[in-house]
Write a protein that binds this ligand. Structure first.
Ligand SMILES: *Cc1c(COP(=O)(O)O)cnc(C)c1O
Length: 845
């Protein structure tokens, strides 16, 4: 090909509305209905045609249309209102500035393989991306010093078509970057900033772009430049495509390329947040850069760890990438050399003994100072899942805590409902999200809430019908089949939505295990029910695609036709319609596979009622009156039994509780139902939102990690070096540590309030007694283990012989069937012992 220069030719914006372009390039618009209205009003058809993408819209709109609105007083008034909001947003005092003024320079870098900000920018596949997008929006709202780092996929995630046979067809759109609301980052010479990386046998160049999200930036990396070979240009082609070689190269681009790009731009993050294992290679790159500055590998590793935090997102094994030794060698041999270590040392950072490979999740867990799962249940499941990698720790001590996911309220809240909330709760309800404000939902008259819900339901029905019609026309279906869509769904009929990725553990077809019972439910003469399904299956997931076909086929059977609908191409736009307009949101994951799930939180925000298995976030939220629970909180050994019981429970809950409640009317109004809507809103919204979530990350993770990182870096990395030396010493000498004698007044029977005393002699060899802690551990004896453990650190009494030390202490026993023992572990004011899980439990005594 011959070289050429790129130019985008757009109509010149009339002076009175010249700031539209600024707005088009700031995703702030995506959570302000007024801002969207400002574009849409200019030319509604074109807005739809442009895929709700303001940048593309401004490229396509005609000068005449712009000049027309620029003369329209109503439009100009609207324009002024939006920019007043916008300017105020950018200048007002923020939560972060108020709470952490001394940390305003401590930038948090948030690395994620996907970001779901808006339907016009499809670089997300599902929940992980949506969460990252909402996280960024709240980080902006709360005023955090924050940057995102991700990849700019040329083809995004696929667009789904369902053909006349019910088969999913994946269509990859070609994103024209000129038409996206993104801008190049320029280098000092005014060229597009390009970062160079080494891959085996060649260099690869990546372009850096930026996306504005209110007060923050997200930097996106793009390999599609003529400087790269054809195959390398495709490395940022699609999300989660390709084989292992492709995946690792993509993850190197994100992790290694991301670090390089930030440094090139002069961004020096103080906290590094790895959002899911894909980005964990940033750890290796940072170690490499510190070694280049003269630190030893071990010290560099401690310094990196002190400022790195990690969020794990799934208990599904396929969600954790594992690369073979050969693959790592192929890509990282030069890096190991630069770091001055053998390849083995690199492999040890993340070696997975079970799966015999280099595990990205372990790389992150082993080299972060704080780690979390995304709901309380998921935290617990993760602790259990990774127990084997923390030799010696009790399951309750595994250092993976939980910060439960939320949603960005303004993004997901229907405008009509928002206005109602504003009227009765005040505008601050979406900003300061405490429970006191949301208590005022009770002040909304039942009739008004129901009327707005019904209005949104009618909109959802319109949306569903036109989506289905479009699909049928494209598939050349008979005109009868196309026209009958206008009769589908009704605002008077209970409508249940189910839309999510078609991963098998989500069990979209749970109800269809008993088609006879479902037929009766749907076709009940007085209390009919309608179902709307939607969702994509990963192109490599055949089981998921079969599920789509199964539901498609059933939806065409006589008893289900027009009553069970399957819509194609679930995305943010469709999610918004469904989550604002159906009555009930159904969620049926096989416990405990759903890490959190967030769509049900969006549903609750819009007054929908959740019916869900007790998985992910739901056990935390469900209080018996704010929705419906399916199944129990017990763990099953057998999936078939679990599916059978959950299916039965789902039917019973629908038949006996949910459906009757919905149809019970007083003067045409389902009072009891509306009461539940309000209760659901006020108990769920103030907790399950990203403002609470990002504040929690800030308080518990970002600020402590910023302090720790600074401590480790100060005085020329003095503390980093000290910790690295101490850990090395403990590792080398731990074998010598031995229990010599344990004395206790403990007896098989003791009385409430009695004191348990222990005296322990331990041979510490060459170790200093200050670098260990000896503990009395006590807990409820359950089966063969201890639960709810308590730990008391024993006092050091004296050295009684060469290297042998005496410790003693006591504990007042609580009531119950208890077990106790003693143990010794590393102790240091500079790092938590869980980072070096060398624990020696006393042999039987
Ligand atoms: C919110 C959302 C998700 C994630 O929600 P789940 O409950 O995990 O399904 C996925 N896709 C879209 C489009 C969403 O809006």
């Amino acid at each position: 090909m011959f070289p050429f220069r790129v130019v985008s030719v757009t109509p010149k914006l009339p002076a009175s509305i010249c700031r539209l372009k600024e707005l088009a390039y700031d995703f702030w618009f995506s959570w302000k209905p007024e801002a969207i209205e400002l574009f849409r009003t200019v030319k509604p058809d074109l807005w739809r045609e442009a895929g709700h993408n303001p940048a593309r819209f401004l490229i396509k709109v005609s000068s005449e249309d712009l000049e027309r609105v620029a003369r329209d007083d109503d439009y100009l008034a609207m324009y002024r209102r939006v920019f007043e909001l916008y300017d105020r947003y950018k200048s007002e005092e923020t939560w972060f500035a108020e709470h952490y003024p001394e940390h305003k320079e401590d930038v948090v870098a948030y690395f994620s393989a996907e970001f779901g900000l808006h339907e016009s920018h499809p670089i997300y596949s599902g929940g992980l991306g949506l969460l990252a997008g909402d996280h960024c929006k709240s980080a902006s709202d709360l005023g955090l010093p924050f940057v995102g780092v991700g990849l700019l996929y040329k083809h995004g995630y696929f667009t789904q078509k369902i053909n006349a046979e019910g088969r999913q067809e994946a269509v990859y759109p070609h994103l024209n970057f000129i038409e996206l609301p993104i801008t190049p980052v320029y280098d000092a010479k005014g060229g597009h900033l390009t970062v160079k990386l080494e891959l085996p046998g060649r260099d690869i160049f990546i372009l850096v772009w930026k996306v504005k999200v209110g007060r923050i930036w997200i930097y996106l990396l793009d390999a599609d430049t003529p400087k790269n070979t054809g195959d390398d240009r495709r490395l940022t082609g699609t999300l989660y495509g390709g084989d292992h070689q492709y995946r690792i190269a993509q993850e190197i681009l994100l992790g290694v390329g991301g670090v390089k790009a930030l440094y090139e731009m002069g961004v020096l993050p103080r906290v590094w947040h790895i959002n899911e294992g894909h980005a964990a290679f940033l750890i290796l790159q940072r170690i490499r850069e510190l070694v280049a500055k003269g630190l030893t590998f071990n010290t560099a590793r401690e310094v990196v760890r002190a400022s790195t935090i990690f969020t794990t997102h799934t208990p599904v094994p396929a969600g954790h990438d594992v690369f073979s030794k050969e693959t790592i060698e192929n890509f990282f041999a030069p890096a190991a050399k630069d770091m001055g270590v053998e390849l083995e040392t690199l492999l040890e950072l993340a070696w997975d003994r079970e799966r015999e490979g280099f595990n990205m999740t372990l790389l992150a867990l082993n080299n972060s100072c704080l780690c979390n799962g995304v709901s309380r249940l998921h935290g617990k499941v993760s602790r259990k899942m990774f127990l084997g990698h923390y030799d010696g720790l009790h399951p309750e001590e595994i250092p993976i805590t939980a910060i439960t996911n939320g949603v960005h309220l303004e993004t997901w809240l229907a405008k009509e409902l928002r206005d109602l909330y504003f009227r009765y709760l005040g505008k601050e309800c979406v900003e300061k999200v405490g429970p006191e404000i949301w208590e005022k939902v009770e002040n909304i008259p039942d009739e008004e809430l129901w009327r707005v819900h019904r209005f949104l339901k009618v909109q959802m029905i319109d949306f569903a019908r036109s989506s289905l019609k479009r699909q049928r026309m494209r598939n050349y279906e008979l005109s009868k089949r196309i026209h009958e869509v206008d009769e589908y769904l009704s605002p008077d009929v209970l409508t249940i939505g189910f839309a999510r990725r078609f991963a098998t553990y989500k069990r979209a077809a749970l109800l269809f295990r008993d088609p006879g019972r479902l037929k009766q439910l749907i076709n009940h003469p007085e209390r009919p029910v309608r179902f709307v399904f939607a969702g994509k299956a990963h192109p490599a997931d055949m089981a998921g695609q079969d599920l789509i076909k199964r539901i498609y086929d059933l939806s065409n059977e006589a008893d289900f036709r027009g009553k069970v609908l399957l819509l194609e191409d679930y995305d943010i736009h469709m999610a918004r319609h469904l989550l604002q307009g159906v009555d009930v949101w159904m969620n049926t994951p096989r416990r405990p596979m759903e890490a959190s799930g967030t769509s049900g939180q969006k549903a609750a925000l819009n007054g929908l009622i959740n019916i869900s298995t007790l998985d992910g976030w739901w056990p935390e939220a469900y209080d018996g009156n704010n929705g419906f629970a399916v199944g129990t909180e017990c763990n099953y050994l057998n999936e078939e039994t679990q599916d059978q019981e959950d299916c039965h429970s789902l039917f019973v809950t629908l038949e006996e509780k949910l459906i009757p409640m919905y149809y019970r009317r007083e003067a045409g109004l389902p009072r009891e139902w509306v009461r539940m809507m309000k209760h659901s809103i006020k108990t769920i919204v103030p907790v399950f939102n990203t403002h609470r979530m990002v504040a929690e990350y800030t308080n518990k993770f970002y600020i402590p990690a910023a302090h720790r990182g600074n401590d480790f870096r100060n005085n020329n990395y003095e503390q980093g070096e000290r910790v690295s030396r101490l850990k090395q010493l403990l590792r080398e000498h731990w074998d010598q540590v031995k229990f010599v004698r344990i004395e206790t007044n403990g007896a098989p029977k003791m009385y409430t309030g009695q004191k348990l005393e222990v005296k322990v002699d331990i041979d510490l060899g060459q170790l200093d007694h200050g670098s260990v802690a000896v503990e009395l551990v006590c807990g409820n004896a359950v089966d063969y283990g201890l639960k709810r453990i308590k730990r008391v650190v024993l006092d050091h009494i004296e050295e009684i012989g060469s290297g042998v030390h005496r410790f003693s202490g006591s504990l007042v026993l609580p009531q119950g069937g208890l077990g106790y023992t003693v143990r010794v572990r590393p102790a240091s004011p500079d790092f938590p012992y869980t980072e070096l899980p060398l624990v020696k439990w006393a042999p039987g005594f």
